[in-house]
Design a protein around this ligand. Structure first.
Ligand SMILES: [Zn+2]
Length: 260
């Protein structure tokens, strides 16, 4: 009788262990399958990723995968597919790629709209009628993005604009408590005053028609930072050529040159 109990116990344990093992295996397969799918999308759509060396590409993919595990993305009036998800995660990873332990603490949910939107929420600035927003007050932790602007930002004819990167730069700026164009967590103290001066000098140039930076940067310092960051990450060579001093300071801010 006792032997029978042992046999029964052994069989039950084996079944339980087999069940746990197969479940884990499935989860691991799921992760590597999605990583492979993400890699294809990154290669197709994200030039920042394509220009990295192999080690950094692997880290970029890890950061994208980890971002997508942390942040919920939902569509309103549109479906959310893997391309949308990878483009959103890439926009999050690009500005903080040189800060490997960065975590977007102030973001839990992203809502994707099909196109421009106009809602009566409280936001940090209204943008471009309106392609992207970072929530404030009861909308804290939320970001809203337009799907068409998201895709346009990563398309070959996207120019210097990238709405999603713009919104993530606002979130980075917000981490020190104020969206003021001075991301204190990225910018070492000795560079703060030179940066503020540089912003105002360049804003004057935009005002008088002597700069190719999108005049939306004139809205305030926070918008200036977000707009020049789009340009810096989207067209680094052109930005360096047209704005060498700004390029140098943004390089210090975001950790390193985006041009190898
Ligand atoms: Zn903005």
């Amino acid at each position: 009788m006792e032997i029978l109990s042992y046999v029964f116990f052994a069989i039950t344990m084996s079944i339980v262990l087999l069940f746990i093992w197969s479940k884990r295996k499935k989860q691991q397969d799921g992760v590597s399958e999605s990583s492979e799918a993400y890699k294809v999308i990154l290669n197709q759509h994200v030039s920042f990723y394509r220009e990295l060396n192999e080690v950094d590409r692997n880290r970029f993919l890890e950061e994208v995968t980890s971002f997508l595990k942390d942040v919920h993305i939902e569509g309103v009036g549109t479906e959310v597919d893997n391309v949308d998800r990878v483009l959103i995660a890439s926009s999050a990873v690009i500005p903080i790629f040189n800060f490997p332990y960065w975590h977007y603490k102030n973001l839990s949910n992203i809502i994707l709209y099909p196109d421009t939107f106009n809602k009566d929420f409280q936001f940090d600035g209204m943008h471009r009628n309106t392609l992207g927003m970072v929530g404030e007050g009861f909308m804290n932790g939320q970001m809203i993005l337009s799907k068409s602007a998201l895709h346009q930002g990563f398309s070959k004819n996207g120019g210097e604009n990238n709405t999603a990167i713009h919104e993530f730069v606002h979130l980075i700026d917000k981490r020190d408590g104020s969206v003021d164009g001075v991301p204190e967590l990225l910018l070492a103290r000795p560079y703060v005053i030179p940066w503020i001066k540089m912003m105002h000098t360049e804003m004057n140039k935009i005002k008088t028609g002597h700069s190719d930076i999108d005049p939306y940067a004139l809205t305030n310092e926070a918008e200036f930072l977000a707009v020049v960051s789009e340009y810096f990450f989207e067209k680094p060579d052109k930005f360096k050529q047209h704005h060498p001093e700004l390029y140098e300071l943004l390089t210090k801010m975001f950790g390193k040159s985006v041009i190898e």
